[in-house]
Ligand binder design. Structure first.
Ligand code: DGL
Length: 270
């Protein structure tokens, strides 16, 4: 029997797992092929040329497997390669920025939205463009938080150090009277309890995960999981430490996962 085509999900590291969790919830019968480039994470401090080259190395790898769709579950990569990947690939390609922007516009009441993300994402202004395209009179404040991703990648999201770093970094946002804050990096939902504590309960945190999975479902159709159907075969591939990846993935997804190692070329290619 022909193997069912899966959904590929890529990220610079473990951040895309926040999107995977939501895909598993909304589309439980879809097999997922995940790739995290943990060895070269963070992407957020790299140049657009590096981000493009590394992202396409991942795309080349995952597209060796027949796919139904590709989710670029990394805001940094979405900002740089989404349009090009959409043109190149014969399957739907879904990014995380437009879904996040849509969810934030639906949530805000006072029109004051904050966006936190990597340096590359904030520099690209991709969220500001997306938000203002939906609603031109919004007030948008962006803040790069380069120290957040390393905390998550090192599995330190629950520590006192994380609380201190998040609190120090987000202080400038507290005077902006925001009612909505976009977690514009897929790693940040793993820090959500600490972020919420720092910004206070009056601010709604937006993660792109739910809206991205909804967009994916709109492309591939509703999930019709049969009662007796065997659970789908998910595979998680990392370019980094499989043990650390497994620890974070199993905790976040509340299930055991199969993790494989795969090295990507170190050199840049254009
Ligand atoms: N998770 C990624 C994002 O959504 C990027 C983290 C990084 O590699 O800097 O932007």
């Amino acid at each position: 029997m022909e193997k069912e085509k899966g959904i590929a999900v890529i990220d610079s590291g473990v951040g895309g797992l926040t999107v995977v969790k939501e895909i598993m919830r909304q589309l439980p019968s879809q097999p997922i092929l995940y790739m995290g480039d943990n060895a070269r994470c963070p992407y957020g401090s790299k140049t657009p040329e590096e981000i493009r080259a590394y992202s396409f190395q991942m795309i080349d790898f995952v597209t060796r497997t027949p796919l139904k769709a590709l989710v670029i579950a990394c805001n940094t990569a979405t900002a740089v390669v989404l349009d090009e990947a959409k043109k190149d690939l014969p399957v739907p390609v879904i990014g995380v920025i437009e879904p996040g922007a849509r969810a934030a516009v639906n949530a805000t009441r006072n029109g004051r939205i904050g966006v936190i993300g990597t340096e590359a994402t904030i520099r690209s202004q991709a969220y500001t463009r997306s938000l203002l395209q939906i609603k031109p009179d919004l007030h948008v404040t962006g803040l790069a938080c380069p120290s957040f991703v390393p905390l998550v990648e090192k599995h330190l999201a629950h520590t006192e150090e994380a609380r201190r770093v998040v609190s120090e970094t987000l202080t400038p946002l507290l005077r902006e009277e925001l009612d909505t804050l976009i977690l514009g990096c897929t790693h940040y939902p793993l820090l959500a309890p600490v972020i919420q504590e720092v910004v206070g309960d009056s601010v709604t945190l937006i993660s792109s995960a739910e809206e991205t999975a909804r967009e994916l479902a709109a492309y591939i159709g509703p999930d019709e999981r049969k009662e007796k159907q065997a659970p789908p075969d998910h595979v998680f591939v990392t370019t980094g430490d499989t043990g650390m990846f497994r620890e974070i993935a199993e905790e976040w997804l509340s299930r055991t996962v199969r993790v494989e190692y795969h090295a990507l070329e170190r050199s840049l290619k254009s």
